[in-house]
Design a protein around this ligand. Structure first.
Ligand SMILES: [Zn+2]
Length: 115
């Protein structure tokens, strides 16, 4: 065990991780560049496709419990093909009189601003 940690006791920078992921992706034959951020994006999208609630996705992905955090979690549903692409829109009347263009999970849902 000590030998393992002695051999792996170097600090790895985000650039090193991304470089290694890129190499692994290229070796595996992926056309797109593999990076930490697109693996994270893929994981979030998979959670959305598996039907996890937006609140669960927000918490698992580490976004704060704020409107901005909820909006960040919503983008995984936007990416999720299983839930429709392009996504559904809230459609509630806004202060300007125009329908709300925030994305929602289901066609008859309203966004968190209009709940
Ligand atoms: Zn709305």
């Amino acid at each position: 065990m000590e030998a393992y940690f002695a051999a792996h006791d170097r600090v790895c920078t985000p650039d090193t991780v991304n470089y290694r992921l890129q190499e692994i992706g290229a070796r595996a034959g992926f056309e797109k560049t593999v990076s930490g951020s697109n693996l994270r994006m893929t994981f979030g999208k998979m959670l959305a496709e598996k039907g996890f609630d937006a609140e669960i996705v927000r918490r698992v992905m580490g976004f704060r419990d704020t409107n901005q955090g909820k909006e960040m979690a919503q983008r995984y549903f936007v990416l999720s093909e299983e839930h429709g692409n392009p996504p559904y829109y809230c459609g509630e009347k806004t202060d300007s009189g125009d329908p709300c263009r925030r994305t929602v999970f289901f066609p008859d849902s309203v966004c968190y601003h209009h709940e």
